[in-house]
Design a protein around this ligand. Structure first.
Ligand code: FES
Ligand code: FES
Length: 133
């Protein structure tokens, strides 16, 4: 089996899909090479991520990694969410095939991009989005 049970579960039944209309931060990350896009919406209250939703135009691994990423940051502080790495998302999914690991970078960067947007709206300098997809 190429994909773990957890990946299949999050792909078939992704958590937190959708949009948040009155989001406090919205992030969008795209891979210019393939055109895959991930959008992330955050509700933030007192430094805590109280709600998160995502939309992905990408492959199954992108759906599963963004679903897992939303679960990992929901209810967490901004500081904790900023520490979320794509490796942590992949580990939480019990691994991804090597050729699909780059899809998890999209999830990490979408979270960062949404937090950066939140910072900008608060008058704080935006965060650098580092790393290659
Ligand atoms: Fe586009 Fe993987 S091919 S992110
Ligand atoms: Fe494009 Fe996974 S998001 S291949």
């Amino acid at each position: 089996m190429l994909y773990s049970e957890k990946v299949m579960d999050h792909f078939s039944n992704p958590r937190n899909v959708g949009e948040i209309e009155d989001a406090d931060g919205v992030g969008e990350i795209g891979n210019a090479k393939c055109g895959d896009i991930m959008k992330m919406y955050l509700k933030i209250d007192d430094g805590i991520i109280t709600d998160v939703k995502f939309k992905t135009f990408g492959c199954g691994a992108a759906v599963a990694t963004s679903s897992m990423a939303t679960e990992l940051i929901k209810g967490k502080s901004i500081e904790d969410a900023l520490k979320l790495t794509n490796q942590a998302v992949v580990e939480a999914l019990d691994g991804l095939p090597a050729v699909k690991v780059h899809c998890s970078v999209l999830a990490e960067q979408a979270v960062r991009s949404a937090l950066s947007d939140y910072y900008t709206r608060q008058g704080i300098d935006p965060l650098p989005i580092v790393g290659e997809i």
